[in-house]
Design a protein around this ligand. Structure first.
Ligand code: HPA
Length: 282
């Protein structure tokens, strides 16, 4: 995107956010405390929400429209684990051609609606060879290797600061609650560093080797932009990955996306249980 287009997109951003939030409020009166973004193949958590309202992205002004088949593209408002939540069933990726500002626009709307906590889930490749397929990992930090950033362009101080601090983007409090929930539910959880890549191709062996050497445990094509927008707005963030494939550069086998979605779907119920138990504790 050219600088002029970014400037145009950013001018009036808060007005657009407010307009979108008003449209959502028009569908129900629930004020969400917690915003949830569901990753590839992990949409089932929304089914556990006691629904108060459901609104298709198409009906929300300024919302981008999801193009990925496995993503439904709707916002679900209701109660989960005794808390008021708003869950995005379907998210936007840079590789689909959306600008980073578009990718993160829904998070900004959820914050405007009242959410102070942001829970982000994703399917990720496991760079840490101790991980197994289907393993749940709490994201304790990230590396932005996506080459994009939703915070570039003019900054609206009413939304957040020009130079947000990133010394602790992922909340230790929330990680500890998730770890405690995992313990209670007998669901093993690890912690790791997530590196965000733009995609859409999977990585070469040389890239996997490099990312591991950088200290990353997980690799995926999402999450980093939403987390940056969340931090920008002062949200408390929990990031959770499901390892869908093992990225061992020395024994790399071709993965196909169907296999990744299948693994995410199989591990999904475990993640749903963990997140619901965590939300109860928030
Ligand atoms: N690389 C990038 N994104 C991914 C991967 C991967 O290996 N697995 C699941 N999402």
């Amino acid at each position: 995107m050219t600088l002029t287009r970014i400037k145009k997109a950013k001018a009036g951003m808060l007005e657009n956010i407010r307009e979108s939030a008003d449209a959502v409020r028009g569908q129900g009166s629930l004020v969400p405390e917690i915003a949830i973004i569901l990753g590839t193949g992990l949409g089932d958590l929304a089914a556990r929400i006691k629904r108060e309202a459901e609104i298709g992205y198409k009906e929300i002004p300024h919302f981008p429209i999801s193009t990925v088949e496995s993503h439904a593209g709707k916002l679900v408002l209701g109660t989960l684990g005794g808390k008021k939540v708003a869950a995005m069933e379907g998210r936007f990726h840079g590789y689909e051609g959306y600008s980073p500002q578009d990718v993160t626009f829904p998070v900004r709307v959820l914050k405007e609606l009242g959410a102070k906590v942001l829970i982000v889930s994703n399917a990720a490749g496991g760079l840490n060879l101790n991980y197994k397929k289907g393993q749940i990992v709490l994201i304790e930090d990230h590396i932005n290797f996506m080459g994009i950033n939703p915070l570039i362009g003019p900054n609206d101080e009413r939304v957040g600061p020009r130079f947000p601090d990133l010394c602790a983007p992922y909340s230790s409090r929330l990680m500890n609650l998730a770890a405690a929930a995992g313990h209670e539910q007998k669901i093993p959880v690890s912690r790791g560093v997530y590196v965000g890549v733009l995609g859409p191709n999977l990585e070469t062996r040389a890239e996997y080797r490099m990312l591991r050497n950088w200290g990353a445990d997980l690799v995926g094509m999402s999450t980093v932009p939403e987390v940056l927008a969340g931090v920008h707005m002062g949200m408390e963030i929990l990031g959770v990955s499901i390892v869908t494939d093992v990225c061992d550069p020395d024994h790399l086998e071709p993965v196909d996306i169907k296999e990744i979605i299948k693994t995410a779907n199989e591990a999904g119920p475990k993640l749903d249980k963990l997140l619901e138990a965590t939300i109860k504790k928030i």
